[in-house]
Design a protein around this ligand. Structure first.
Ligand code: GDP
Ligand code: IMO
Ligand code: MG
Length: 426
């Protein structure tokens, strides 16, 4: 099978986990390569529903290996909690879940600093998930982070914690007037967590490098979405990692020549959770209706997701920066009852038509979407099993999305369950 990277092509929550779970059938390894427990990935198998924050979404397939790569910021207690959650339901991660020893560790102070910074920002807050993502990546890039491998070394861990916590506590106490966090308590807790994680910790670069040589199938699972990418998104209203397909390489240690397909997951409409610009956002009753039908509430924080029409400018940018070979369109069924659907085909600024998503937030905020109206199909699509089974207007809608983005549709999702999926050339 071709090795594949699956990324969100909008603002996250596109249904990546459902697509990853579905395509795991073809793969041997499923790999998370960036982000952390800010992700909320929902997998429904039979009548069981799981929301993974750190566990790769391929874990529900017995016998498939899962990897958390070096690019992830890992909250050890959260991961152990998820491992336990699946264990009580009969799924054993032992012997098939591997954590990179080079992945960064999220500390309690990262979460605290994330939340304090957000609170202090008031109306300028990013609307983060509060999972410590920004501060953890900051320390990584600032070369003072703790890595998963460090959790197994007494002296090294203590020394590194001492250094990093003194900096964190300084900020917590002086800047935010908070209580300092105890070095001893964090050391004891994290050393203990390290021991619990010991059976899973591995040299994942070697593991995946060997897998590539043996011709095994790799499936990379992106978190967040392209427009939340720290370079390509609506900066500063973004997450703190690169979420695009290229990050699959840096975040796992697998070279780019080993990946043949780049699959962009898109909702048939658009959502965003957190603050920042969103050109096609629908306010009022229609927006609430989309939220209700699509059950658009954050899988990590429970927040209401902002809802809007499909934005082809956003997805065209995603097609470019991810080198998309296919789209996986999800949640088409959510549009089943709408009489008419709007699709944003381009933006308008000062009377000029703009085809490309701008890097400048100020310019983006002034842009107005140019819509094309398409007729709805007002029929249930959740039971369709072939593309030809779909109502004509649904097929036309999908053709138009694909045409606007200039990427073929490889997979279609018509409900949260595995069987509510149509493969179209993937
Ligand atoms: P992710 O973060 O991209 O993995 O997506 P989330 O899990 O945060 O959000 C997607 C939500 O939509 C989850 O509740 C899924 O169970 C659900 N879902 C996925 N695909 C479909 C679909 O085709 N139709 C419907 N109605 N729900 C879907
Ligand atoms: P999945 O993988 C949607 C958003 C937050 C906030 C911004 C920064 O489930 O698609 P952070 O905690 O990362 O510093 O928050 O990014 N965000 C997500 N939005 N889906 C996600 O993940 C997200 N992860 C972060 O709401 O706006
Ligand atoms: Mg999600």
């Amino acid at each position: 099978m071709p090795n594949r990277v699956i990324v969100g092509a909008q603002w996250g929550d596109e249904g990546k986990a459902k697509v990853v779970d579905y395509l795991t059938e073809d793969a041997d390894y499923v790999i998370r390569f960036q982000g952390g427990a800010n992700a909320g990935h929902t997998v429904e198998v039979g009548d069981q529903k799981f929301v993974f924050h750190l566990l790769p979404s391929g874990l529900m397939h017995p016998g498939k290996a899962c990897v958390i790569g070096n690019g992830v910021v890992l909250d050890p207690a959260q991961l152990l909690h998820e491992i336990e959650e699946v264990r009580v339901k009969g799924i054993d991660a032992r012997g098939r879940l591997w954590l990179s020893e080079a992945a960064q560790v999220v500390l309690p102070t990262h979460k605290l600093l994330d939340q304090l910074k957000e609170r202090a920002a008031g109306k300028d807050a990013i609307g983060t998930t509060g999972r410590g993502i920004g501060p953890a990546y900051y320390d990584k890039v600032n070369r003072c982070g703790i890595r998963v491998g460090d959790l197994l070394e007494d002296d090294e861990l203590r020394e590194k914690l001492e250094r990093i916590l003194s900096v964190h506590n300084e900020i917590i106490v002086r800047q935010y007037k908070g209580e300092p966090v105890s070095l001893d308590a964090v050391f004891v807790e994290y050393r203990g967590l390290g021991e619990q994680l010991r059976p899973y910790i591995a040299d994942c670069v070697a593991l995946l490098g060997t897998a590539v040589k043996q011709g095994k199938g790799l499936l990379f699972e992106g978190a967040q979405g392209t427009i939340l990418d720290v370079d390509h998104g609506t900066y500063p209203f973004v997450t703190s990692s690169n979420t695009v397909a290229g990050a699959a390489c840096t975040g796992s240690g697998v070279g780019p020549t080993a990946i043949q397909q780049s699959i962009g997951v898109v909702k048939a409409y658009t959502t965003r959770v957190g603050n920042g610009p969103f050109p096609t956002e629908i306010s009022g009753v229609l927006g609430s209706e989309l939220r209700r039908i699509g059950n658009e509430y954050g899988a990590t924080t429970g927040r209401e997701r902002r809802c809007g029409w499909f934005d082809a400018v956003v997805v065209r940018r995603a097609a470019m920066v991810n080198g998309l070979t296919h789209l996986a369109v999800t949640k088409l069924d959510v549009l089943d009852t709408f009489k008419e659907l709007e699709v944003c085909v381009a933006y308008e600024l000062d009377g000029k038509r703009i085809e490309h998503f701008p890097a400048s937030l100020a310019r983006l905020e002034r842009m107005k979407p140019i819509y094309e109206t398409l007729p709805g199909w007002q029929q249930d699509t959740t039971e369709a099993r072939r593309f030809e089974d779909l109502p004509e207007n649904a097929r036309k809608y999908l053709h138009r999305l694909s045409e606007l983005v200039d990427v073929p549709i490889g997979l279609l999702s018509l409900g949260p369950k595995r069987h509510q999926t149509i493969r179209m050339g993937l």
